[in-house]
Write a protein that binds this ligand. Structure first.
Ligand code: PLP
Length: 366
């Protein structure tokens, strides 16, 4: 019997219901169902939170990545560096613009791009790097920006899992030419449906992204580019603004839970089970991932002890059917190893002390 489910979104959003109900009603009665003030307000608030000048809201995180690549002019004939292990959207965005994916293996301690391997993957056609701040831990942006500068490459951060992560006083999404976010419901800043955003401090890039997301148009019925329709609904924007005010508390709570689990692992490393992320980087704990050789045994044990688990992500993109013909033979040993050993534990900010203890003691007893 699973008492502590891996994730309960209804419980996670319960604290916002009382304040959201009148906002939802107002939104309903306003008759403004596309764009409008609540979208503009969220964009302004989220840009300020990330420490950038502009935020362009879009329909979801995948579209944010696609629009970023298009706004930078990355397309056919170009190569883009992506991590070997990530949620597949990072790869799909590159495919969507017709560019070539160049996978680079990840660091075994963080599951983020192994920056030691990037230079060897560069060619004269490389145009961009998409670092992913996987599970909420900020990638090694210092090294990535240095390489990007040296080889004149664009940097698009896939910050879909890292809203609010900080490094040297800068937030995830504020390092690259663009930072791309998903507000998929399970994200730390999650909406009540699909939503996404790009952030940037470059006004021209912001304008280009806004245009591309709105049928290539700024002025009604005047179309400058063959754009797309990718917009955040006002009701999602209103909900996200409400939740954004609590994001720092959400992150703090997740950090507390992560440190309780880490203590249960004797500081991160027990004999049979170890914590991912053993480097000292800021992490907002979108997922708390442990590595176990006998993953099935561990998952069964947790389940028998009333703890739900999930797998992020059991098959790396290069081994998925849609990519295996082209990339299946590429050697990505760390990515593959992580995919085989990773198990995610419940870390929702709503978990009670009793539930956290239950997970921690199941970890310890294993
Ligand atoms: C790392 C990463 N990139 C991109 C995305 C795509 O976001 P969305 O599902 O909003 O399209 C997600 C989440 O789903 C993600 O985890």
């Amino acid at each position: 019997m699973t008492d502590v489910k891996f994730l309960e979104l209804g419980r996670l959003n319960e604290p916002y219901l009382a304040n959201f109900a009148p906002i939802a009603e107002q939104s309903f009665r306003s008759g403004i169902y596309i764009g409008g003030e609540s979208v503009a307000y969220f964009e302004k608030s989220f840009a300020a939170y990330c420490g950038v000048d502009h935020c362009v809201s879009v329909g979801n995180g995948l579209e944010a990545l696609v629009i970023a690549l298009r706004a930078l002019g990355v397309g056919k004939g170009d190569e883009v560096i992506v991590p070997g292990q990530t949620f597949i959207a990072t790869w799909l965005a590159v495919t969507a613009v017709g560019a070539k994916i160049v996978p680079v293996d990840v660091d075994r301690l963080t599951a983020n791009l192994d920056t030691q391997l990037i230079k060897a993957a560069l060619t004269s056609r490389t145009r961009a790097i998409i670092p992913v701040h996987l599970y909420g831990a900020i990638a090694d942006m210092g090294s990535i920006l240095e390489i990007a500068e040296e080889y004149s490459l664009f940097v698009i951060e896939d910050a879909a899992q890292a809203h609010g992560a900080l490094h040297n006083g800068k937030r995830a999404g504020s390092y690259g030419h663009f930072g791309c976010f998903s507000f998929y419901p399970s994200k730390n800043l999650g909406a009540l449906g699909d939503a996404g955003a790009l952030v940037t401090s470059d006004p021209n890039l912001a304008q280009k992204a806004r245009l591309l997301a709105n049928y290539g148009s700024i002025e009604k019925y005047v179309h400058l580019e063959a754009g797309t329709n990718s917009r955040m609904d006002p009701i999602q924007a209103a909900f996200l603004s409400l939740k954004l005010a609590s994001l720092n508390d959400i992150i703090a709570r997740r950090k507390t839970i992560a440190s309780t689990y880490t203590n249960a692992l004797n500081g991160g490393d027990s004999e049979r089970i170890s914590r991912l992320l053993k480097k000292d980087v800021d992490c907002v704990w979108h997922n708390f991932v442990v590595l176990v050789d006998d993953r099935k045994n561990f998952s069964d044990y947790m389940h028998e002890n009333g703890v739900g688990t999930a797998l992020h992500y059991p098959i790396i993109p290069s081994q998925q059917q849609c990519y295996s013909a082209e990339f299946g033979k590429i050697n990505l040993p760390v990515s593959e190893g992580l995919a085989a050993k990773s198990v995610s534990l419940p870390i929702g900010e709503y978990l009670t002390a009793h539930e956290i203890e239950k997970v921690a003691s199941a970890i310890s007893s294993y």
